[in-house]
Ligand binder design. Structure first.
Ligand code: GTQ
Length: 348
């Protein structure tokens, strides 16, 4: 590799002249911007233990009334990226949100897209453009860019969910903003997961003759995901990932434009070594115990823990328990595919 010239190689008055005119020489920074072979990654493989998050979230419930928070969220920030930047990975924002019985989180819309993945509790709901979506453990709820959404809780006990947003990308583009609105009028019918899209391969006939709905299904009940994972496991060799992608039932495309979502089942004692990918990931444990080895770093995980996988990382995940383990994965592969640089790097 050729040694490139440094800033110090340049006469001081030349450098000063460049700076005065808002100009920068590329060659001293070229290798940093375009490292050979593999990107420079500041993202650390880290695990956020739910046992560390939960008591602090409950404390926030005591310390900060919902009116003073709007969204009562603790952000899972990757220390390698700077805690203040609120990035679990460079393109994935993750928060844990608490809502208490009787509380409402006011109606708003924003340019980033969000999903909610329910971690614990019963009786929570989100209203998205007038559609009231129940939130049971493991349910995935979409609140896409530009759609009104508000949350509430009609049950007992705390409800906690994981928020995943494409905020870092939208923010980096100086395109992140929010609008507040009056509470929505709720349509008096069940959400589309309970009447329009109840089985894979079946869509309402009326859906064929109109433009595709970018967000046809906004709630993916965990009950169905779990059943489908178990069925897929029955025809998948041990060591091969049992993984289902959340897609739009009208288009077959990933259900959101920037972030991708999938669910994984690991059989007792099973180890999977997913292909190395150009996208990063955040994995939340629905249930189970195990270990992940991410670029050589061992991360132990249990129920409701969450861990970060940097871009291009070598990853191995093991279920060390005696029951199946279920994982929920967020990645930015849909965005990377659209931008034309998504890659998988088979080992060997
Ligand atoms: O619930 O709408 O974690 O707007 C961050 C921003 C949650 C939400 C977050 C948000 C929300």
């Amino acid at each position: 590799m050729t040694e490139l010239g440094t800033l110090e190689d340049l006469p001081l008055d030349y450098r000063k002249g460049l700076t005065a005119k808002n100009l920068v020489p590329l060659w001293p920074s070229l290798r940093a911007a375009l490292p050979h072979g593999i990107p420079t990654r500041r993202t650390r493989p880290v695990v956020w233990k739910y046992d560390d998050i939960r008591p602090r979230l409950m404390q926030a419930g005591d310390l900060t009334p919902i009116e003073k928070a709007e969204r009562r969220v603790l952000v899972l920030a990757n220390p390698g990226l700077g805690l203040e930047n609120m990035q679990a990975t460079p393109s994935i924002y993750i928060g844990m949100q608490l809502i208490l019985p009787g509380e409402t989180a006011p109606n708003h819309l924003h340019s980033p897209s969000a999903v909610r993945f329910v971690v614990e509790g019963q009786g929570g709901y989100t209203v998205v453009n007038g559609e009231k979506l129940p939130m049971d453990k493991g349910d995935l709820i979409l609140t896409p860019s530009g759609l009104w959404h508000e949350h509430g809780h009609e049950g007992d006990g705390p409800v906690v969910w994981l928020d995943a947003l494409d905020l870092p990308t939208v923010y980096a583009m100086e395109a992140s903003f929010c609008i507040e609105g009056e509470s929505q009028t709720v349509r008096n019918q069940p959400d589309a997961s309970q009447n329009y899209f109840t089985r894979a391969g079946l869509a309402p006939m009326s859906a064929l003759g109109r433009p595709k709905d970018a967000y046809a299904l906004k709630r993916f009940p965990w009950r169905d995901v779990r059943t489908s994972l178990e069925a897929l496991a029955s025809v998948t060799n041990k060591g091969e990932a049992v993984q289902l992608a959340y897609v739009n039932p009208e288009t077959g495309e990933p259900c959101m434009p920037v972030l991708g979502f999938s669910a994984i089942l690991l059989r007792p004692g099973e180890t999977i070594s997913p292909v190395r990918r150009s996208s990063s990931a955040v994995i939340n444990v629905v249930e189970g115990q195990g270990q992940a080895i991410v670029d050589g770093v061992e991360l132990d995980w249990g129920d409701s823990d969450t861990f970060a996988v940097p871009t291009h990382a070598v990853l191995q995940i093991t279920n060390t328990g005696t029951r199946p383990a279920y994982l929920f994965q967020v990645d930015e592969a849909p965005m990377q595919r659209k931008l034309g640089f998504y890659q998988e790097f088979p080992t060997g």
